[in-house]
Design a protein around this ligand. Structure first.
Ligand code: NAD
Length: 287
């Protein structure tokens, strides 16, 4: 079997066109979607992510604000900026780029963002709502994965799904989203005794580990759907995922590539959350 490859880039472009359309409609009604991004320090990967987020906003017709601080900035300065942005009615989304330098308690920073503007979906209140199956801002990466699965018509009901990774930003919310859609979900992690035992019987595997080419074809059930969230560099410095693409494609039925898979969907869903936040503001105004 040769897997069909899910083109995340093409899907992201399509969804972004819809978002730009919604943004234009909101702007015409006096509410231009606006995302504020806070970047602390000079981590090169973070700088690239922020640049892409700002560019994504501008292309979709959003207003975009960017605040950068030196690596040794006092946490109070950042907390004051978050408070100011929380109070600014023209700002619909606030994002603090992670990781933060060591003087910060990241949980406290994320919780300082108003849940109504938490377009990353990392605030404990939004995560709690997600767990309860209620409306919230969904974390962008797992939500992007759901969009990719839906775009391919993958029927999640009754599926055996295995999520590898239990982080708050990918693995855990991914498991909850799959569960809410009727999959039977197993979450594997660094302490799992026999990972291959689980992955070999899974109809769907989502790999969010952070280890280059970790999930190999022999660990995958023939015909399974395989989603690769990982962003790593291989021994030659080339970008690659957590899935060993060359061996996995001979076994899986559907597979996401790296690059060009989940990555482009993540920023897309950030834009979707921001436009949704602006929509909620407009609706509140109209009531
Ligand atoms: P993380 O380091 O917070 O979590 C990694 C998880 O992998 C942990 O829960 C750990 O228990 C598990 N793990 C580690 N070793 C394992 C092993 N041997 N067997 C089974 N599980 C193991 O990472 P994260 O933030 O969840 O990100 C995971 C990967 O996804 C990274 O490569 C990251 O760069 C990537 N990522 C991509 C996007 C995107 O937009 N595509 C977004 C976020 C993260």
């Amino acid at each position: 079997m040769t897997a069909r490859i899910i083109d995340g880039k093409a899907l992201a472009e399509k969804v972004r066109e819809e978002i730009a359309q919604r943004a234009a409609e909101l702007t015409a009604q006096g509410v231009q979607p606006c995302l504020a991004v806070i970047l602390v320090g000079e981590d090169p990967a973070s700088a690239v992510y922020v640049r892409n987020k700002v560019a994504g906003c501008e292309k979709a017709g959003f207003r975009s604000l960017k605040f950068t601080y030196p690596v040794d900035v006092a946490p109070e300065v950042v907390f004051a900026k978050i408070a100011e942005l929380n109070a600014d009615a023209t700002v619909h989304g606030i994002l603090v780029q992670l990781p933060l330098p060591k003087q910060f308690d990241a949980d406290k920073v994320l919780e300082a963002i108003s849940p109504e503007k938490d377009v990353d979906g990392f605030h404990a209140e939004n995560f709690g709502l997600l767990l309860q199956g209620r409306k919230s801002f969904y974390p962008c990466t797992p939500w992007g994965v759901m969009k990719m699965l839906d775009s391919e018509g993958v029927q999640l009901k009754r599926m055996e799904a295995v999520v590898i990774g239990r982080s708050n930003i990918v693995g855990k919310p991914m498991a909850v989203m799959l569960l809410s859609r009727g999959a039977t979900v197993t979450v594997c992690h660094s302490q799992t005794k026999d990972l291959a035992f689980h992955t070999k019987r899974a109809d769907l595997v989502v790999a969010a580990v952070g280890r280059a080419k970790f999930l190999t074809g022999d660990m995958i059930k023939p015909g399974a759907v395989v989603v690769d969230v990982g962003i790593n560099r291989d021994a030659d410095g080339k970008l690659c995922g957590d899935v060993d693409f060359d061996t996995a494609r001979d076994v899986a039925s559907l597979l996401t590539p790296v690059p060009g898979g989940v990555g482009p969907m993540t920023i897309t869903m950030l834009l979707a959350n921001t436009v949704e936040s602006a929509q909620r503001v407009l609706e509140a105004k109209q009531q």
